[in-house]
Design a protein around this ligand. Structure first.
Ligand code: ARG
Length: 422
């Protein structure tokens, strides 16, 4: 595929245009567990272990965890950088899943397709890494302090490219207030390459004071939360504009922003007022009682084709979107595709994400996707829908806040400000 030589060094309008340049996060040895704070009450999700020890906070002590996550990130970079990649056959994919867990193996066994392993010409994606930092240092502002930071495994959460603009999100957690600094050099370098075409912006940094948060939120039971489900009140209130970058998904001229624990209505309004060239839409997922980051919930895969073939969005069957908000999509030729259940429901004890990291995929183009290597049900669904599916191991990242999509930040895609909702 010839490179589009005219593209600015920063250019990403969609989630699915051909990916030319990307940032991949880093699992530093000083990576920390999310500390408990008003925006976050971390919990050990293994009930036996949770009885034995309190939430650890501070630096991740088990060095094997950070080493594994970093090895998987490096392997991913290598695959992104390669011109070609060996696509596994379904049988090989099943083999690799079998090594991991029993439940997963059961899902994989049901597969009977012929051996279709092949070398796939994917094209090179230039890959940059976030900078190493000491995450174990305490940080503070005038009205708050945090005993440690978090890590920069997930640049997706802090940074977003909107067209030719690099935007640092406000963030919602104190421990993540300075995380964007791991991307600062990349931003400055890109902006200096073409300062008249590329914008580099930071959204207003919130005070992170106690008044920004709803004090009663964490005291509610799930039942109470369920009752007030449609009021969409989460741990941040509306005092200041708040958004995490990962609550946004791009579809050309339109961007969609999830109201969540990490994004409030004022944050969505800030985006509207600062990006008048885009149409900014709010999305609500009433069944997600702890929503945060849209990439395990609603994932646009490809736009409607010229021959009237449907556009596709992968959606989370446990968190269906509001029906009224889907009309815009169905009227414009998009179809919702339910993600299959993950190959396993197990997660690492310290993971604060759900098992739906299974659908946290990265598009390399409208026809090529990268998914976690054990997710055979998803592999089959996407293959049946005409995608080339590349698999990589990424479960080491599950205790560091994300998976294949979270650990990246798109800098350049071969796409444009197309109107997919005319
Ligand atoms: N909160 C999501 C879930 O538990 C995980 C989102 C991860 N995404 C990210 N960009 N860090 O399903």
């Amino acid at each position: 595929m010839p490179d589009n030589v005219d593209l600015p060094a920063v250019n990403a309008w969609t989630q699915f245009g051909r990916l030319l340049k990307v940032v991949v996060g880093r699992a530093d040895p000083t990576s920390c567990h999310l500390p408990v704070e008003p925006a976050c009450q971390s919990e050990i999700n293994d009930p036996y272990l949770a009885e034995q020890i309190p939430w650890p906070g501070g630096q991740v002590k088990h060095r094997k965890s950070t080493k594994l996550a970093e090895a998987q990130l490096q392997n991913f970079c290598h695959i992104l950088e390669s011109e070609t990649v060996q696509v596994k056959s379904v049988r090989e994919a099943a083999e690799c899943g079998r090594l991991v867990e029993k439940r997963r193996t059961e899902a994989l066994r049901s597969n009977t397709k012929e051996n279709d392993a092949r070398v796939f010409q994917k094209g090179r994606t230039r890959t940059l890494r976030t900078k190493s930092m000491d995450w174990s240092k305490p940080v503070a502002g005038p009205e708050w302090s945090s005993p440690s930071q978090y890590c920069a495994t997930c640049p997706r959460d802090t940074m977003i490219t909107l067209g030719n603009t690099i935007l640092e999100a406000t963030m919602s957690k104190r421990s993540r207030y300075f995380e964007h600094l791991a991307c600062r050099e990349i931003c400055l370098d890109l902006w200096r390459q073409d300062p008249l075409r590329i914008k580099f912006w930071s959204a207003p940094k919130p005070s992170m004071s106690d008044e920004m948060y709803n004090p009663g939120f964490w005291a509610k039971t799930d039942e109470e939360r369920f009752q007030s489900m449609r009021s969409y009140e989460f741990c941040v209130n509306e005092k200041e504009p708040i958004f995490d970058a990962a609550d946004i998904t791009r579809v050309g001229k339109d961007i969609f922003v999830q109201k969540s624990m990490t994004t409030n209505d004022s944050g969505i309004m800030w985006l509207k007022s600062h990006f008048p060239e885009l149409r900014v839409h709010a999305l609500h997922f009433p069944y997600d009682l702890y929503p945060s980051h849209i990439d395990c919930t609603f994932v646009p895969l490809r736009p409607p084709g010229k021959d009237r073939e449907d556009g596709l969005v992968l959606i989370n069957p446990e968190r269906p979107p509001l029906r009224a908000e889907l009309e815009l999509w169905s009227q414009n030729g998009w179809k919702m595709l339910n993600a299959p259940m993950p190959a396993t429901l197990d997660r690492p004890a310290f993971s604060q994400s759900s098992y739906w990291l299974s659908m946290n995929l990265l598009s390399l183009s409208p026809s090529t996707l990268v998914i976690e290597e054990a997710e055979l049900p998803l592999y089959n669904l996407l293959s049946e829908n005409g995608f080339d599916v590349i698999t990589v191991p990424m479960r080491g990242m599950y205790e560091f806040g994300g998976a294949i999509h979270c650990c990246t930040w798109d800098l350049q895609r071969d796409d444009a400000c197309t109107d997919y909702f005319p």
